[in-house]
Design a protein around this ligand. Structure first.
Ligand code: GLN
Length: 434
């Protein structure tokens, strides 16, 4: 089959199934010239010829003015964009229920969420509407939806993939990563999108070659399971059982799995939900109806911006902006934001010490299988569920969610996190587990 046929194949599947999945917010028109390997990207990544809405009313009509570096890199290798995928508004959420354009649905059970915030990308890949997709991961948004949809989701070491053309959420945490059907595909996508970029000063001049055929040998590897993560009260009993059975499989493959204590991970969620909203409140100040976003009429500047922002932003985004501006305010800065930065440093130090002794940290990707749409409406309940994915972002570490079977018919994943620049070894270990 030709590449043109491949594009057509996926394009037709999108036409057939996207109505029920709501995985894509926009699809490119089909043309016979689209000869190339098809792919999808989350709607917070710029691609000329598409709008980039971030699933927000405030960017509903925003045309991408240029290509993100990742888009440009994929296209230069022969990629052909299929379309832009649904997400939680500005990547804030864990379910895609915060999309201004309605939630995506989990292909394994249409009454359930696909996870989030890159839920559209996960649903698209899991349902075979795209061979792979890109997502963004600030606190787990590539890995958690991957686990809930039964695919691979990889967050690279902070700085390995350029964020030029990714709409910023929390810049010290954001990373773009591949969502694929297997770890070898993730390595192949990484070989196309990673590398230093003069337009993202946080990218690293540290050549890692992903151009490799993964072996998947687990023999002799040492995995550490943080006891704090096993005793987390929100961890579903059956998900825990499944995870423990995977650790036994891993041991049977000749690796060593040990439960150890990593006390600071108990503070991961609190730390993240101070730092991420603080950075977001600053990054989102540009959506004021003047620089970005539809302008509402008013007598004065104050009225104009507040009306425009009130109309344009959804509930969760407003909540985060309020949290962030509060913790950054002069009165509370020391009590909250500065303390979170300190905790961040302690946690990064502790994790790096563990990773001097062990090859990887191992834990479930999510404490539960995908909930039903609308089942959880307390935002804090969703925040607490991020405990397993957040440490990697806080410390800038590479981390992957690998499909690990099913609980009550829904996919679950295990999460492998490694030291900085151990990306290729992580993908290799993932291959051994999947
Ligand atoms: N669920 C987390 C949040 O809502 C992570 C989001 C992300 O990684 N973009 O902030």
């Amino acid at each position: 089959i030709s590449l043109g046929d491949t594009y057509k194949f996926y394009r037709e599947r999108i036409d057939k199934y996207n109505n029920e999945l709501n995985a894509f917010l926009q699809v490119r028109t089909f043309s016979e010239e689209r000869q190339g390997f098809p792919y999808a990207i989350k709607d917070n990544i710029l691609a000329v010829g598409t709008r980039t809405t971030c699933a927000s009313r405030i960017l509903e009509n925003y045309d991408s003015p240029y290509d993100a570096t990742v888009t440009q890199k994929l296209n230069s290798k022969g990629g052909q964009l299929l379309g832009k995928t649904n997400m939680d508004e500005f990547a804030m959420g864990s379910s895609t229920e915060n999309s201004a354009f309605g939630p995506s649905r989990n292909p394994w059970d249409l009454n359930r969420i696909p996870g989030g915030s890159s839920g559209g990308s996960a649903a698209a890949v899991a349902a075979g509407l795209a061979p792979f997709a890109l997502g963004s991961d600030t606190g787990g948004s590539v890995r958690q939806p991957a686990s809930m949809c039964g695919i691979v989701g990889f967050k690279p070491t902070y700085g390995l993939v350029s964020r030029y053309g990714l709409v910023a959420f929390a810049s010290s945490l954001d990373q773009i990563g591949p969502m694929t059907r297997c770890s070898q595909d993730a390595a192949d996508v990484m070989s196309m999108i990673s590398g230093h970029d003069s337009r993202d000063s946080n990218t690293i001049r540290h050549a890692l070659s992903f151009d490799t055929s993964l072996g998947g040998n687990l023999k002799g590897l040492k995995f550490a399971v943080p006891s704090e993560m096993l005793s987390y009260p929100g961890l579903d009993e059956e998900v825990k059982e499944k995870f423990l059975s995977i650790t036994r499989d891993i041991e049977r493959s000749g690796a060593d799995v040990e439960v150890i204590s990593v006390p600071s991970v108990e503070y991961a969620v609190a730390t993240y939900y101070l730092i991420a909203p603080a950075e977001a409140s600053s990054n989102l100040s540009r959506y004021d109806g003047i620089r970005f976003g539809p302008r509402q009429q008013s007598e004065d500047y104050e009225g104009l911006t507040s009306k425009s922002r009130d109309r344009g932003f959804g509930k969760e985004v407003k909540r985060r902006i309020l949290l962030g501006t509060f913790t950054l305010s002069a009165t509370y800065y020391d009590a909250y934001y500065r303390k979170a930065l300190k905790t961040r440093r302690v946690m990064a130090g502790e994790l790096s010490k563990v990773l001097d002794e062990y090859d990887f940290i191992l834990n479930p990707s999510s404490p539960v299988v995908a909930p039903r749409i609308g089942e959880i409406n307390d935002p804090l309940a969703y925040y607490l569920m991020d405990i397993y994915t957040i440490p990697a972002n806080v410390a800038g570490l590479p981390s992957i969610s690998v499909p690990a079977g099913f609980v009550n018919g829904m996919p679950v994943g295990v999460l492998i996190t490694g030291k900085r620049f151990s990306d290729v070894s992580i993908l290799d270990a993932a291959k051994g587990i999947e």
